[in-house]
Design a protein around this ligand. Structure first.
Ligand code: F6P
Length: 549
């Protein structure tokens, strides 16, 4: 089980504080100049990936101390506890076994005496048969036509992962089948998707772990009404609606036939669930074999994470860097910058993964934490983001560590596009690291023969402080396998941060209060049941009621 150690009480934490005081003013450009081996010492290769940590505000000693912190907070034992299926999600009394969904070994994995891998394989077989039958046209709609559209209706973990992966792997998509997503309870989401579709050729996947999520059930009911407007007969629903859920009873209540349910289990957290039946839309979009490649890429990262010493362990080092910046440099945010248009939804996916997992302020002893936990995760695809928020990263007043992610080989080789994209990818991390000092700006302006007074007044605005930390993650090519590996890396990073920071990463009680209040206000808006609120909320509701018709 997890040991509940307050990280700030460890010796490593005190040493890290002293070490920070020593190195915080050091310039990255000097560190590179002083050590020609810096890249070799601070980068790692894993299969098709190069993880370059050398443009971070660290030295080898920093990593050694951070690894000691991981040891002192009992990370190795925690990793084993997770893989072994111990109930480390204490506040929900559950095991955490998303890794079992991509475990292709022949050994058993026992949970309460049952080999769960048997159940996993059975659902995988069900998904495979289902996808194959859609693709080969065996499975048809109520008028005998093949399916042309699949709509995933879900939200949070039942939406973000599948949508991001489908988008990221679009170049591997099956022909003649389009995948769509409805998530927001705002009727506009459903309206805009449905107006493009034909009920005769559309399959709906209702994805909800609990099958009680208001947004998803509302959207599912809307989709069913839309379908029945044309299909007329309730019996046709079973041909067009399937469910992905752990809650079979609720699914059946909704009217979905038991044979149309793809199950998963409470030991799969919502934001870690794209590898489970929740990935059915991915398997439909890409074909089951490619979905399996995604799982195999994740499995490979799982093995690396479980077996590699902490000092060379990629997810561990990525997590330690986050703790380093958040707690010692006081960084409040972390940017995810995919230089790949296909990966543009990755920041959104990682927002849920990291912030819903580690956005906590109570430690595992039930005490308020006295240190920082999860920074804000945000970002967007390059190069577009260079023309929106990069100004602040370069010259703003807050320090923002960034992950720059790219694939060397493009899936769309057109003219010089890839070379141009990648030159920006390299240039940005170099510029962020080096900056531009006064002598360099002066020389540049003097070459332009600028008048002295103009030069002096412009000079301070053209200075770049530099020393901005970045991690470059480059893969050979964006493939299902490599994407699986990358996503598993971020999942394990999330877990490691939680373990070391002594918080529970697998619950999300923080989303409950808003849900509760919305449910009671819903009664007010729809059934006119008055309730007491603060003055602001009362007046906002009044304004809405006066203007919504
Ligand atoms: O936002 C809270 C949450 O419970 C997430 O953790 C989850 O991914 C999402 O809602 C959707 O839940 P479900 O799959 O049960 O509909």
């Amino acid at each position: 089980m997890l040991k509940n150690i307050t990280p700030t009480t460890t010796q490593a934490w005190q040493k890290l504080q002293a070490h920070y005081n020593q190195i915080q003013a050091q310039q990255l450009r000097d560190l590179f100049a002083q050590d020609t081996e810096r890249f070799q010492k601070l980068s790692l290769q894993f299969e098709d990936f190069l993880y370059d940590l050398s443009k971070n505000r660290i030295t080898e000693e920093t990593l050694d101390l951070l690894v000691t912190l991981a040891e002192e907070t009992a990370l190795p034992g925690a990793i084993e506890s997770m893989f072994a299926g111990e109930k480390i999600n204490v506040t929900e009394n559950r095991a955490v076994l998303h890794t079992a969904l991509r475990n292709f070994t022949d050994t058993e994995l026992l949970l309460e005496g049952e080999n769960i891998l048997k159940d996993v394989r059975a659902v995988q077989q069900q998904m495979k048969t289902f996808c194959d039958n859609i693709h080969n046209g065996t499975l048809k709609g109520y008028t005998g036509k093949a399916f042309r559209h699949v709509v995933n209706i879900g939200i949070g973990g039942s939406h973000l992962g599948p949508q991001m992966v489908c988008e990221a792997l679009k170049s591997y998509q099956q022909p003649n089948l389009e995948v769509h997503f409805i998530s927001n309870v705002d009727g506009t989401d459903a309206a805009e998707v449905l107006k493009k579709l034909d009920p005769e050729t559309t399959l709906f996947i209702i994805a909800s772990k609990t099958f009680t999520t208001k947004e998803t059930i509302t959207n599912a009911i809307t989709a069913r009404s839309w379908f029945l407007q044309q299909a007329k007969n309730q019996a046709h629903v079973s041909k067009h609606f399937v469910a992905l859920s752990t809650n079979t009873a609720e699914v059946e209540k909704f009217g979905i036939a038991p044979e149309n349910i793809f199950q998963f289990w409470d030991w799969v957290g919502g934001r870690f669930s794209l590898w489970s039946a929740i990935g059915l839309s991915i398997a439909c979009a890409l074909g089951y074999n490619r979905f399996e490649e995604l799982l195999r890429g994740a499995e490979s990262m799982d093995k690396h994470f479980r077996k590699t010493p902490l000092r060379q362990n990629i997810p561990v080092l990525m997590a330690l860097l986050s703790i380093w910046y958040t707690n010692f440099f006081n960084c409040q945010t972390h940017a995810i910058l995919p230089y790949d248009q296909y990966m543009r939804l990755l920041p959104e996916f990682l927002q849920q993964l990291l912030m819903e997992s580690n956005g906590k302020s109570t430690d595992r002893n039930g005490q308020p934490v006295t240190y920082q936990t999860q920074p804000v995760v945000w970002g967007a695809a390059g190069t577009n983001s260079q023309h929106s928020f990069f100004q602040l990263i370069h010259q703003g007043t807050i320090l923002i560590p960034c992950d720059f992610i790219a694939a060397a080989k493009t899936n769309n080789p057109i003219g010089e596009h890839q070379a141009l994209l990648m030159s920006n990818y390299f240039a940005q991390t170099e510029a962020l690291m080096k900056g531009k000092n006064e002598a360099e700006v002066r020389e540049e302006l003097e070459k332009k023969n600028m008048a002295a007074n103009e030069l002096e007044s412009l000079l301070p605005h053209k200075l770049f402080e530099g020393n901005k930390p970045t991690t470059s993650i480059m893969m050979r090519q964006l493939t299902p396998y490599n994407l699986g590996s990358l996503l598993a890396m971020y999942e394990h990073k999330t877990f490691v941060q939680g373990v070391i920071l002594n918080i529970y990463s697998f619950d999300q009680w923080g989303v409950e209060l808003g849900k509760q209040l919305a449910t009671s206000i819903e009664q007010e808006l729809l059934r006119d049941k008055k309730a007491a609120h603060d003055a602001s909320t009362t007046n906002l509701i009044q304004y809405y009621q006066q203007n919504s018709n």
